[in-house]
Design a protein around this ligand. Structure first.
Ligand code: FES
Length: 195
């Protein structure tokens, strides 16, 4: 004889399994990815900079910063091809040796007259002779290398590539900065002379 209680429990269990099988569950959804929203919000609220953002602050997780640096360098290099050199046409030192004119420069205190190319400074030429001539910055920004061209207005005899010290009056008196002075004529020079 069939146990009525056991039969009832069996039917209830079967019905429970069938109901669970056809139910829709809890409808749980994974959380939405908000990383891009957060980065865009931060990009909108952090002030712009003049330099490439570090990769940790770039949207998309990096690569952009490095790209910006590389493209910036390429821009700074302009149209230069590999191996190509820039030529500053205002810089007498860029005149090729085989095209440079040569002038006679008398160094009075040293007691010698030497040949100096137009692409060489008076200071360099004197040092090449082994003379211990005065200088400091070698950029036309002090007066340590000062000399006196005894022939007349300095700029009739030398071209100063840079000159941040001598005014028109000193130049007309013949003063020169030998570290940035390239000869354009024969001249007589007294070294160690400043206005
Ligand atoms: S060494 Fe400074 S101007 Fe020549």
């Amino acid at each position: 004889m069939v146990d009525a209680l056991g039969l009832g429990l069996g039917i209830m269990l079967t019905l429970t399994v069938v109901i669970l099988h056809f139910s829709k569950g809890t409808a749980w959804q994974p959380a939405e990815d908000i990383v891009d929203d957060v980065l865009e919000h931060r990009a909108a609220t952090v002030p712009e900079t003049d330099f490439p953002e570090p990769m940790s602050r770039s949207i998309g997780g990096g690569g952009g910063g490095v790209g910006a640096v590389v493209s910036g360098e390429a821009e700074a290099e302009g149209e230069l091809e590999e191996g190509e050199e820039t030529v500053d046409e205002d810089d007498p030192s860029s005149i090729p040796d085989d095209e440079a004119d040569v002038y006679e420069v008398e160094f009075v205190k040293e007691g010698e007259t030497i040949e100096v190319k137009e692409n060489e400074t008076l200071l360099d030429a004197g040092e090449d002779e082994g003379w211990d001539l005065p200088y400091a910055c070698r950029e036309g920004q002090c007066i340590s290398c000062g000399g006196l061209i005894t022939d007349g207005h300095a700029e009739e005899y030398v071209e100063h590539h840079t000159n941040q010290m001598l005014g028109e009056e000193e130049l007309s008196d013949g003063y020169t900065l030998t570290c940035v002075a390239y000869p354009v004529a024969d001249l007589t020079l007294e070294t160690g002379e400043s206005p």
